[in-house]
Design a protein around this ligand. Structure first.
Ligand code: HEM
Length: 507
């Protein structure tokens, strides 16, 4: 090969590469040109015909689990579906590769959140005060970094050990309340006591404060958090059709009142005296001190006192998500004696070998069947409840996406697809086990991934593990008269007092 031939060959190769990059959107590439600039292809995703005013909102009609509609639409239109939800242009994204394209490869193109009136109102008219509903910003990055030290404590660090001690202490309180019901020959109203345990763990862990469980205003605080959690988890047509807002007025006023009461409680009973006595330069011991330190030191980006207050409120409210999840997991377990026996024998084997007789949060890798049960519960409750919004013009799987488009990532389908899972409707922890090891399939992403991923997932895993493990060590659990209680899939929030469970001491 002489120099001339070599030059010609290289030039041909470069022309070919350029042609391929122009064509490559047909193959679903990431839509960048040679200079890594985004090429915006006008290739619209397919979707059903829109109706006047409501657009495609009617596609959800008649579905008990609305996300099932997205999966059914995918059968007809493919993995990227264009929908006009009232006045909000939207895309439904199915398939793990497409979801990864949004969350990982192009995470910075899709890092905003919708601008629903409900969310604005909960945060004093400004959704940027919220950790989960704000758009991406330097402030959000700082808030996430600050929070991660506390929500993702390193194994056996001081925070980790503290979280463990607080969890076990509160578990004992939970167990004594169950024993009280047993002594009175009563079934147990599970949600209020799990809610109280999780609320206490969160307030003590994040703020180093604990409250008397008979304190009426503290009980109201926990109830208010859960009522808001329930409301936020319900879809509302008014999110997409603002002219319906007046019909939502009463409900929204109630939510506004609950969030106002929460703020007042936190202000008066948790944060104010800590703020006034905090000395700049001290090492923060808990999340509240990290926030106060940032505000008082006037670190960049500047955080207003109000923003810090909302961040604290948001994270304390996370206890409600954990409590709802624990209750759903217990219901799945109460319905299946074999799963229960498997967890119990795994827990007994571990505890018989050692002097520490509680299941600790650090035991997760030793109790893999218990872990698999929690993963199975997560699989069934997951939904695309926290949508993304395109923060710039982009593309997904080669389809055009305009800035401002709402993106539903159909993780419900990832978890319920017949092609990805065997008998997906069945509660079967063993699907996460293989050759005595825990396996996590690539398509199992219940907490999202990337820059907007869940900030509380470790707390969910630690607390659920410790509560479920210890409860099954102590008790057999069943439903009242063996009735088959319905545990809704594709959603996390459960009503205030959904079901009773019957506990019987094992020893
Ligand atoms: C079983 C319970 C939970 C599930 C299934 C869950 C799942 C999720 C999912 C799917 C997202 C959206 C991820 C994305 O957009 O890519 C999310 C976001 C978030 N979660 Fe969770 N979560 C749970 C509990 C919690 C708890 C207990 C906390 C707080 C301690 C929490 C804090 C957050 C925050 C702050 C975000 C927003 C992060 C951001 O937008 O930057 N979550 N969660």
């Amino acid at each position: 090969l002489n120099v001339k031939q070599l030059k010609k060959k290289l030039s041909l190769r470069s022309q070919l590469k350029s042609k391929l990059s122009q064509l490559s959107f047909f193959h679903g590439n990431n839509g960048t040109n040679e200079n890594n600039n985004e090429i915006i292809y006008e290739r619209q995703a397919p979707g059903p015909k829109r109706k006047f005013i409501i657009g495609n909102l009617d596609v959800l009609d008649g579905y008990e689990i609305p996300y099932q509609a997205f999966s059914d639409l995918a059968e007809k239109y493919g993995n990227v579906i264009k929908l006009q939800m009232g006045n909000v242009p939207s895309l439904v994204i199915n398939g793990v590769e497409n979801i990864k394209e949004v969350l990982i490869y192009k995470g910075h193109h899709f890092d905003s959140r919708p601008n629903f009136k409900r969310f604005q109102m909960l945060f004093d008219g400004n959704k940027e005060n919220s950790l989960a509903f704000c758009d991406w910003s330097d402030m959000q990055k700082v808030r996430r970094d600050m929070l991660s030290t506390h929500t993702f404590p390193r194994k056996f660090s001081m925070s980790f050990n503290r979280l463990n001690d607080i969890t076990i202490e509160n578990y004992h309180q939970l167990s004594s309340e169950i024993r009280c019901d047993i002594a009175n020959e009563k079934s147990t109203s599970i949600k209020p006591i799990v809610m109280e345990a999780c609320g206490n763990i969160f307030t003590e862990y994040f703020t180093s404060r604990n409250f008397d469980r008979n304190d009426k205003s503290y009980q109201t605080l926990l109830r208010n958090f859960d009522k808001i959690f329930w409301e936020v988890n319900q879809g509302s047509a008014a999110d997409f059709l603002p002219f319906l807002l007046p019909f939502q007025y009463k409900n929204m006023k109630k939510m506004e009142q609950w969030s106002h009461e929460i703020r007042q409680f936190i202000l008066h009973n948790i944060i104010t005296d800590r703020y006034s006595t905090w000395n700049i330069g001290n090492e923060p011991n808990d999340y509240i001190e990290s926030l106060i330190d940032h505000v008082k030191q006037k670190l960049e980006p500047r955080m207003e006192w109000e923003t810090a207050l909302f961040a604290l409120e948001d994270i304390i409210g996370g206890h409600s998500a954990v409590a709802n999840f624990v209750c759903k997991t217990l219901a799945f377990i109460a319905k299946d004696k074999e799963i229960q026996k498997n967890i119990q024998s795994e827990v007994d084997n571990l505890l018989n070998e050692r002097s520490e007789k509680s299941v600790l949060i650090g035991d997760r890798n030793k109790l893999i069947y218990t872990e698999a049960t929690i993963m199975e519960s997560l699989r069934l409750i997951t939904s695309p409840i926290v949508p993304h919004v395109a923060s710039q013009d982009s593309s997904i799987d080669g389809y055009t996406v305009k800035a401002g488009t709402l993106i539903f990532l159909n993780n419900y389908d990832l978890n319920m697809s017949e092609t990805l899972w065997e008998a997906p409707k069945k509660f079967e922890p063993k699907r996460f086990l293989s050759n005595g090891r825990l396996i996590k399939p690539d398509h199992f992403i219940p907490f999202g991934v990337g820059r907007r991923s869940c900030m509380g997932y470790k707390l969910v895993q630690f607390l659920t593990f410790a509560i479920v493990g210890n409860l099954l060590k102590e008790f057999d659990i069943s439903t009242v008269n063996g009735e088959d209680i319905k545990v809704t899939v594709g959603s996390l929030a459960i009503p205030e007092n959904p079901y009773q469970l019957v506990f019987a001491p094992r020893h």
